[in-house]
Design a protein around this ligand. Sequence first.
Ligand code: GLC
Length: 449
Amino acid sequence: MNREDLLKQAKEILAKNDHGTWTQPAMDMYANQWLWDSCFVAIGLAHYKPTRAIRELRSIFAGQWQNGMVPHQIFHGEHSYRNGARVWRSEVSPLSPPTVATSGITQPPVLAEAVWRIGKQLTPLQRDRLYKEFYPKLLAYHRWLYTERNPRREGLVVLVHPWETGMDDTPPWIEELRYHHTPLWIELVDKLQVEKIIDFTRQDAQMGGVHERISTLDALRLYDIVRRLRRKKYVTNQILRHSMFCIEDLFFNCILIRNNQILEEIAQSIRRRVPTDLRVQFAKAAVALEDLWHEEDAQYYSRNFNTGEPLRDSTLATFLPLYSRSIDKMRAAELVKRLQKKREYWLPYPVPSVPKNSKYFGDHHYWSGPTWLNTNWLIMDGLRAYGYNELAQEVCEKSIDMVTTSGFREYFSPLDGRGAGATNFSWTAALIIDMLSDKKKRRRRSAQK
Ligand code: GLC
């Protein structure tokens, strides 16, 4: 398939998954709207339908809570009501929006990035209008993160559920989950071995089989945590007071730090200033990131919020400080060296979610091995920020090859590029559009030189 056809197919998928104001991640699996999925979709749409991209963002903010929180899921319509809204019951919090059912946690904050990228496709006047519309909402969201989720005011925000990382079964979280969260009833399920029966009812496992997804026992643990969060009405200090299970997540914080910078740019462009108290937190965050560096292992890790212990399972999160743009060049070079290690991350189709030499690695095992388009996109952006353009281009080419051969799947084997999970996946389509458009622009720029 040539690149023109690939682009055409990507646009067709986004059109098929389009509900008018919001885009479904995949018709065969995820019934609702998801925060970071919609941001990536908007980044793709911005290239050819900026008005529709803006509508996508408006629909996310329709779910924003009064305290500024932007939920990771918004439930639309009857079908999804049955599947998700009853579990979360956002109405238990007086701060949730009165007419929209949502979850009670958030997801990686790529919202400012999405607004900014749409802005780049507009005329100065339209851009001004866009930024003025979204700046207060973005500001409220970042403020929520740096107040409610930053209890010690040390700069790194705390997450309370692995779904907030967007990488549901990423090894460091799963390790912590098993250690800190096995209530009696889950022990019983384990002892009575009834999980095989539950396996049959799992919608997420139907596409690729249970072995590709999070184990049933772990999934039950995750649902149990939702119950606990709900009991605390999603109030963070209540949750933190009673839980050992909260993490200063490397991946999330790096994304937030970059999006803080973008928020400041947006503010500047409309002649406003992010309030000083918040800017102090932004600056602290960029410095605190360095505390997550582990000298002996020469990489960055997430950290248990209560014990301060680093969670020493390597994942692709270790490369996200590149995207954050707040590390020095020497550290960046160390990360790039690790990225190119053939026994770890530099596989035929990089960048795997965990390295090949990890005990967790499975080439089709969800966030524990496969390569995903959105994480490649973030790593590519980080590589370019530090001048590693050729390496970024290689990751880009491999990503495009994978999709050309295997279709617009949810994730891919880093060993041979075979696709798995949902089909016609929205963010895969959207980011292919972005990668192809970006390639065209780069080619044009170098021809002009
Ligand atoms: C899975 C992914 C998450 C994504 C969601 C919808 O839960 O782990 O990152 O947002 O699916 O695609």
